[in-house]
Structure formats: C-alpha cells, structure tokens
Design a protein around this ligand. Structure first.
Ligand code: C2E
Ligand code: MG
Ligand code: MG
Ligand code: MG
Length: 286
C-alpha cells in the first residue's frame, strides 16, 4: 500500500520478521481502519476541587474497542499510533469528540464544564495542529477557555522554537495548557517560567504511596508549593484513598483526580454520574 511510505522499514526485514513485529504490523493495519469503523471511544474522568469535592473539569481518555483484541488501553496503542503518524487523524477525532461532549454537558449541568484532552508530541508538532484545535472549537461551539490541552514534559524539553511558538498561539487563543505526568520527565524546571502553562498535573506515581512514603509526601508538597509560587494550579492524579484527599487538602492542592472520586467512564455513564452525583453539589456551590 502506498500509504506505508516512510514506514515500510518493516518490509525489508520481512524474511526474519519476529513474532513481535508481526503483531505490530497486524495492530497497525487494524488501527488504520479503526477510525472509519468507529472503534475509538472516549471515556471521561472527573477532576474535582480538592477542598469541596465539587466538579472542576473532565479528562477525556481514549479507548480502542477492537472486535478481535477487545478493549485496548492507550498505553498499548498510543506509542504505535505515534510512530506511524496515525495519532494525527486519531487525535483530531479525539479533540472534536471531546469538545462536542463538553458542549452537550453544559445544558445537562446548567453550567460550563471544562474538558482536558491529552496531546502527544507527534500530534503537537504536526503543522496542522493549531488549525485542528481551532476548527474543533469553531465546529462545536466550545469556548476556548473550556479546553485544556495536556502535554507531557517530554515534549516541552525538546526546547524548540516551534514548540514555544505553538504554545504561545494556543495560550493567546485562550486555551488552557497543562503539564501532564509532572515529575517523571527530566527535571529541567526552567521551562515552567518561559512557557504559558496554567496547570501542573502531579504524576500518579508520587500520589500512590503518599501515605506510606515520606519522600513522596515531601515531593508532592514541594511541587504544590512550587506551582503556586509560579502562579500555576495543581492537580493530583491517581487519588485512590480518602487519606490522600486529607493530605492534599491540607497541602492546598487545588484539584484531584482518581478512582476515589470516579473511574474513567463511557459517555453515557459519565452523564448519569453528572446528573445524580453532581447536579446538587454544583448548585450548592454557586
Ligand atoms: P494520563 O493522561 O496521565 O491519564 C491518567 C491515567 O491514569 C489514565 O490511564 C487513567 O485511567 C488513570 N487513572 C486515573 N485515576 C487513577 C487512579 O486513581 N489510579 C490509577 N492507578 N490510575 C488512574 P489511561 O486511560 O489508561 O491512559 C493512559 C495514558 O494514555 C494517559 O495518561 C495519556 O498519556 C494517554 N492517553 C489517553 N488518552 C489519550 C488521547 O486521547 N491522546 C493521547 N495522545 N494520549 C492519550
Ligand atoms: Mg492526561
Ligand atoms: Mg494561559
Ligand atoms: Mg498523567
């Protein structure tokens, strides 16, 4: 197939192809069809205010329902989607679908609900990226302030002029920007002062053992303080236990996300959660 150009390296090794690369090829060809077969689905996980437990926003998390492979989690297919460039059309679908959902919740909840979308480096560096984002906003009618793009440290650390310029454009358009998995990249903290980020998301590996491991507790505390002194807000990822919520509240962590509050859920389940769980609290708080 002509579409394989540039990625046909596999073909040269076909004679001694390992089982692993065979599996990858098979996955790649399935992935090429997955968009038109509508096998992708977004799950939604609430992000709450740590102090009140009220809904703050929602993160969209991608799932791939394949008839042969069953439900495939992003860690299993995003890397291949990145390598093949398929992340670009897939990511475009994700952004528009997430914006559409956020707009539909506005009527349901009676107020604006922000949506966070993960963006991978290949997708971000594609020359069409800012257009994709602006078009999704235009087509769905979501206001830019309600869209937050989550970017990993890995991307920022390439230190390129292009990256800085795209971040500036997105910020200028009013879109929110967050650093995902904060603390797991290389600690070149200087980027935080030169780029227009709004939020740090503390990686769940620090949050998970918070109550057992004093070093993790110190790191989380330090990240919260540093973020605040730079004017950034903080989200703790991977909150699973009530004890963690007390710690995070005490340390002034703005927002929390994790199984303790809710697992990521399919759209219909999330909407049910929104109506039952949070309608009341939303009104109480306003
Ligand atoms: P992430 O953006 O850091 O997302 C958080 C991950 O932690 C999600 O895994 C979520 O299901 C999981 N999680 C949430 N709460 C808890 C908890 O309390 N405990 C534990 N153990 N885990 C929790 P998921 O959905 O498997 O996604 C994994 C990663 O895949 C994401 O990490 C993100 O980097 C990437 N990803 C997901 N959706 C997309 C997408 O649409 N586009 C791109 N480029 N990447 C995506
Ligand atoms: Mg994320
Ligand atoms: Mg900004
Ligand atoms: Mg993360």
């Amino acid at each position: 197939q002509a579409k394989h150009k540039g990625k046909s390296a596999f073909a040269h090794f076909a004679p001694e192809m390992t089982e692993v690369s065979h599996e990858r090829l098979q996955m790649e060809s399935r992935m090429r069809r997955a968009l038109e077969l509508q096998e992708f689905e977004l799950y939604y996980q609430p992000i709450v205010r740590t102090d009140t437990g009220n809904l703050h926003g929602v993160e969209a998390l991608l799932r791939w329902n394949n008839p042969t492979m069953g439900m495939v989690m992003p860690d299993r297919f995003i890397p291949l989607a990145e390598e093949t460039g398929l992340i670009i059309p897939i990511g475009e679908w994700v952004i528009e679908e997430a914006c559409r959902a956020a707009v539909s919740w506005r009527d349901m909840a009676g107020r604006d609900i922000g949506i966070s979308v993960n963006v991978s480096p290949r997708q971000f560096r594609d020359p069409g990226f800012t257009n994709v984002v602006m078009n999704a906003l235009k087509r769905t009618g979501l206001s830019p302030q309600l869209l937050e793009l989550e970017i990993t440290e890995r991307l920022i650390l390439d230190n390129s002029i292009e990256t800085a310029e795209i971040l500036r454009q997105l910020d200028h358009a009013g879109i929110k920007l967050s650093v995902d998995d904060f603390g797991t990249g290389y600690s070149a903290l200087s980027y935080l002062k030169s780029y227009p980020f709004d939020t740090l998301k503390i990686d769940k590996s620090f949050v998970q053992d918070l109550m057992k491991n004093p070093e993790d507790a110190s790191l989380v505390r330090a990240i919260i303080n540093m973020a605040h002194s730079l004017g950034l807000s903080v989200i703790a990822e991977g909150v699973e236990e009530e004890a963690q919520t007390h710690f995070l509240k005490h340390e002034g962590c703005d927002f929390s996300q994790g199984y303790f509050y809710s697992r990521p859920q399919p759209e219909a389940d999330f909407e049910r959660w929104l109506k039952t769980n949070h309608r009341v609290r939303i009104q109480e708080s306003e």
